[in-house]
Design a protein around this ligand. Structure first.
Ligand SMILES: *[C@@H]1O[C@H](CO)[C@@H](O)[C@H](O)[C@H]1NC(C)=O
Ligand SMILES: *[C@@H]1O[C@H](CO)[C@@H](O)[C@H](O)[C@H]1NC(C)=O
Ligand SMILES: *[C@@H]1O[C@H](CO)[C@@H](O)[C@H](O)[C@H]1NC(C)=O
Ligand SMILES: *[C@@H]1O[C@H](CO)[C@@H](O)[C@H](O)[C@H]1NC(C)=O
Ligand SMILES: *[C@@H]1O[C@H](CO)[C@@H](O)[C@H](O)[C@H]1NC(C)=O
Length: 645
């Protein structure tokens, strides 16, 4: 080989290496784009937890937390039976859908599905009507329809509606609300076992509409007070815990039905309201599974008989369907039907859906479009003009797999709970609305919801600062920022508030956290480095560390079936700590307060993370950022211009 050939060979080699290197670079760049390096938090606003020095600081949770992501996946759409149901109910009347059956002569028989007197676990079939006319009033809320078309094909299904009952339409004329009662309907719709994060994962469109278009307030510090659905619903509906109420547990000495509990819907009925309550999954009914249930119907329109009947014929339907209509849509329809039938009359409605979430994480996504459509329909038809609308859940997922992670333990304790009031209310009671928004970021509990319901019976424009050490405080009173779980009667192992401790400002870990913070601040101005100075640490003024509450980490499960005793034998530890730092930088003397996440288990270089929304500049920047102020206002707190005027 002569030198020339060797040289050419070398050049070719180098060219090849160059091409390969270029390719690798290209691929990593593309991969970098594909792998999101940012963290999606629940909200985009600045975290104000730390500035207010709140007694209870809840963790800022990530929507797509890796520990839980294995459980979440996108499902193909829910497919119910082909075609359109032949029968529907509108304004208390029976209809055959002409456009669905076409020119065929369809004849329908009607069998009422009733609740036997004094019986919460069976249904009774009422008088059969051989030929139900189109437009004929239904005489029971629930019925079985059997139809035959002239061509011989048949239809059979279970339906729900609101039958006309004159005494209920007259109730508001005969019973009068207290003088100061706020003229609001109550509409509360809930899903079983949905943390606020899971709601954002699975019902993003409904959440967005609820918050952005309707202006709802979602309670970000809403904390459960016990294990399971009754422990969430009893405090809301009665203001008391199960242990404080008369014994109603099956097989316990002296147990009686739950009729005597101080249900809030009774109070509303006394004030002239018509009431509606129901939940699916009758087999594990909230007040029937461990408890004796109701002797008499607890409300005017009680959906339990419908679900009992559905259970008996579930084999005739696809899962989650009533022929072509999804069951959750049927439930939502029953609410809007209630609002249609009693238009202009005071109403209390609470429906609770569990079929999607009782056993899994993903089916809930099937409800998003329908819940959104329901909200839009209720808004557009004017039903929300006089309504306190609540979307809620009782608690987060309680599955073992989730309870085995710290993130899961937080999520279980922090269900979704949001409230929306009509515009006129916000205008008439600006202080109450301001308090509600403030409380959206403070510790709140199911007892507070009960207190809010009670408050509406005697609602004046005067609002107070709620006493810190009271168990239930109306959300229209400002909750004290010093309120703790103990004040609110939340047991330590249910409390999701972080524990905080002063940290040593001179410790290596605090210094490392401060460096990460400076690096984050500098990274924002990096593209403008020709104009903005690179900042350095001048001093650390204050450092506090927040860690997950110990009792929460120790909580494994309830030690008994009734959720009254806790098994605190879990040995879970958390590798995540949050450092809240106050630092000064130079040049310019900017003071920043920020939260830096410390993950002790992460690889070096990834142990500390600071995100922009958790960094606030707490002294004035004045004219310091003049060189970018108009062009890049986002950089104002972070840029100290090289040329100062
Ligand atoms: C609904 O039905 C009632 C009678 O049951 C009737 O008075 C009312 O006008 C109907 N409303 C509509 C919108 O059809
Ligand atoms: C009646 O059937 C048509 C389709 O033929 C459907 O679009 C419509 O939603 C149905 N109406 C009701 C109330 O079910
Ligand atoms: C019979 O009529 C019903 C109702 O119009 C229709 O849905 C069905 O497809 C028809 N069946 C046949 C075999 O034509
Ligand atoms: C439809 O069928 C019913 C029962 O078979 C019958 O009484 C009625 O006359 C029929 N109507 C028409 C328009 O054919
Ligand atoms: C209504 O609330 C006011 C305070 O806002 C209180 O003074 C009054 O006693 C309450 N009335 C009733 C009937 O509870």
């Amino acid at each position: 080989m002569n030198t020339r050939r060797i040289l050419t060979w070398c050049r070719r080699r180098m060219f090849l290496v160059f091409v390969v290197a270029l390719a690798i670079l290209g691929v990593t760049q593309v991969l970098k784009r594909l792998t999101p390096t940012y963290i999606v938090y629940e909200t985009n606003k600045v975290n104000t937890n730390f500035q207010n020095k709140k007694a209870c600081v809840h963790p800022t949770l990530e929507i797509w937390h890796p520990a839980l992501m294995t459980h979440f996946k996108k499902l193909p759409p829910l497919k119910c039976a082909e075609g359109v149901n032949w029968v529907y109910v509108r304004n208390g009347t029976f209809h055959v859908n002409e456009s669905a059956v076409g020119s065929n002569n369809v004849t329908c028989a009607y069998t009422p599905v009733l609740r036997p007197k004094g019986e919460d676990f069976k249904t009774l079939l009422g008088t059969f009507i051989k030929q139900m006319r189109n437009g004929q009033p239904i005489d029971s809320d629930f019925f079985q329809a059997k139809c035959i078309a002239a061509n011989g094909s048949t239809y059979e299904n279970l339906h729900s509606g609101i039958a006309y009952r004159e005494e209920l339409h007259r109730r508001h004329l005969e019973r009068h609300p207290p003088d100061n009662m706020a003229a609001l309907n109550i509409l509360m719709f809930g899903f079983d076992s949905v943390s606020r994060m899971t709601w954002l994962r699975n019902l993003p469109k409904s959440h967005e509409y609820f918050v952005k278009t309707l202006g709802a307030v979602v309670l970000e510090g809403y904390n459960i007070v016990g294990d399971g659905t009754p422990q969430a619903l009893l405090p809301i509906l009665t203001g008391q815990t199960e242990a404080e109420l008369p014994e109603a547990r099956r097989g316990h000495k002296g147990a009686t039905v739950v009729d005597g509990h101080p249900w809030i819907w009774r109070e509303y009925e006394k004030a002239g309201y018509v009431t509606q309550w129901g939940e699916d999954g009758q087999g594990y009914g909230t007040f029937q599974y461990r408890m004796l249930g109701f002797r008499d119907p607890p409300v005017d329109h009680f959906m339990r008989p419908f679900y009992l009947a559905l259970d008996q014929q579930s084999r005739k339907h696809k899962s989650y369907c009533l022929r072509s209509v999804p069951r959750h849509v049927n439930m939502l329809n029953w609410v809007s039907e209630f609002f249609d039938v009693y238009r202009g009359k005071p109403k209390f409605s609470f429906l609770f859906h569990s079929e999607f979430t009782h056993g899994g994480y993903n089916e809930l996504q099937w409800a998003d479009d329908d819940l959104l459509a329901f909200l839009k329909h209720m808004k557009d038809s004017g039903h929300l003009d006089n309504t306190l609308l609540i979307l809620m859940a009782d608690h987060g997922a309680r599955f073992q797999a989730v309870r085995r992670t710290v993130q899961g333990k937080y999520e279980e304790r922090m269900p979704y709970f949001g409230l929306r009031l009509p515009d006129w209310f916000s205008k008439k009671y600006p202080d109450a609305m301001r308090n509600l928004r403030t409380n959206g970021e403070r510790l709140t509990t199911p007892f507070d919801i009960h207190a809010t319901f009670r408050h509406l019976f005697n609602f004046t424009s005067s609002v107070d600062v709620g006493l810190a050490n009271t168990r239930g405080i109306s959300l229209f009173h400002e909750h004290s920022s010093t309120r703790t779980c103990t004040d609110a009667d939340v047991d330590p192992h249910w409390c999701a508030c972080l524990n905080w401790q002063k940290a040593d400002r001179r410790s290596d870990v605090v210094k490392a956290a401060a460096s990460a913070l400076i690096a984050a601040v500098n990274s924002f101005t990096q593209p403008q480095r020709d104009m903005c100075e690179n900042l350095a640490l001048a001093d650390i003024l204050d450092a506090v560390v927040y860690r997950p509450p110990t009792s929460m980490l120790q909580f494994k499960a309830s030690a008994d079936n009734d959720g009254r005793y806790a098994d605190l034998s879990d040995k879970m530890t958390s590798t995540i700590e949050l450092y809240q730092l106050t630092i000064v930088t130079t040049p310019g003397g900017a003071v920043y307060e920020a939260t830096v996440k410390h993950d002790r288990s992460a690889a070096d270089g990834k142990k500390f993370t600071a995100s922009e929304r958790e960094i606030s500049r707490i002294n004035r920047y004045g004219n310091q950022p003049h060189c970018v102020a108009t062009r890049l206002p986002r950089l104002r707190p972070f840029c100290y211009c090289r040329k100062q005027t």
